[in-house]
Design a protein around this ligand. Structure first.
Ligand code: ATR
Length: 285
């Protein structure tokens, strides 16, 4: 079918690579269940073509898009109007037009917070010592989220220490940094632990940590969701720690964009979650 024959607004997810993205499944599920005319596609946009895609996306019929790796910083720079959270992170994952102006938001913070609020209510009372593995864009969103929930102490653990230090300097409050070689001290009596690196994702090296010093009441979470229960989460589970997987963050970060493009706030339902879970387990038996 010709693209122009699709009724209603169109949105898409842009990035490179993009074939793995579950965003079309999520948004098209919402369009169908809410009975809204429209469509959500995936568009492969290496960074050299991303700016021209954004300049011409309206002509192609798009009312906005999600932005994933590696274009989140570029998306932020190109937008005319930015939310406070996008400004804080200098990166955007959601773009939409209001009149002629392109607006940008970063909904990863919201996605992370909604997921934990839903699956581990009261989790933010356990932020005496929060340890974040990784220092990329996802780590920045999570540091902002933890700061908004008034974490007493945050420690960033990263392979490249300079990147952890650069990230820590962007935030006020007590943020320490260390390398993986010295992680055992960081984990000692940690009350919250999150993996934001790609370690443990299908096709990537595993994340194998000794969690014996982590506080027994700690919450452990991962932003990797393929596989759904990573080895890192399994080892936390085996120690009797509470865990939350990363799928909910993906689902919840999607909702604000849908509302901008299609005019209704969608719900992250158990049925939607089950649909994506089934897809993940099918591709990764
Ligand atoms: P994102 O924006 O999704 O967070 P990113 O900016 O590429 O992605 O960050 C990826 C994170 O995973 C980084 O913290 C990276 O560590 P470096 O800063 O040292 O590169 C971490 N990472 C990726 N592969 C890793 C590996 N094999 N061992 C340890 N850390 C790794």
């Amino acid at each position: 079918m010709s693209d122009l024959l699709i009724d209603g607004p169109r949105a898409c997810v842009t990035g490179h690579p993009i074939a793995h993205s579950r965003s079309p499944m999520i948004h098209n599920y919402w369009l169908k269940t809410l009975n809204i005319k429209g469509h959500y596609d995936r568009v492969d946009t290496p960074p050299d073509i991303f700016p021209s895609f954004i300049r011409t996306m309206r002509d192609k019929g798009y009312v906005g898009c999600n932005v994933t790796l590696p274009n989140k910083e570029l998306a932020y720079q190109i937008a005319d109007v930015k939310t406070d959270r996008a400004n804080r992170l200098r990166a955007a994952n959601t773009l939409w037009f209001e009149g002629e102006r392109l607006h940008a938001d970063n909904t990863d913070i919201e996605g992370f917070l909604f997921n934990l609020d839903e699956r581990a209510p009261g989790w933010d009372h356990k932020l005496d010592k929060a340890v974040i593995l990784g220092a990329g864009g996802a780590a920045a969103a999570i540091i902002q989220a933890l700061s908004e929930r008034r974490a007493s102490k945050i420690i960033i653990v990263n392979r490249t220490l300079e990147k952890a230090e650069d990230l820590a300097r962007r935030f006020v409050g007590s943020i320490e940094t260390t390398s993986f070689e010295k992680i055992s001290e960081a984990l000692d009596q940690a009350t919250f632990l999150v993996n934001t690196t790609s370690l443990g994702m299908k096709g990537q090296p595993p994340l194998d940590l000794d969690l014996s010093r982590v506080n027994k009441n700690a919450l452990v979470t991962d932003i990797v969701y393929v596989p759904l229960i990573t080895n890192f989460l399994k080892s936390a589970q085996n120690r009797g720690l509470s865990i939350v997987d990363g799928l909910g963050m993906l689902l919840h970060q999607a909702a604000p964009g849908f509302e901008h493009w299609f005019g209704q706030r969608p719900h992250v339902t158990a049925e939607l979650r089950a649909l994506i879970e089934a897809d993940i387990s099918q591709v990764n038996p």
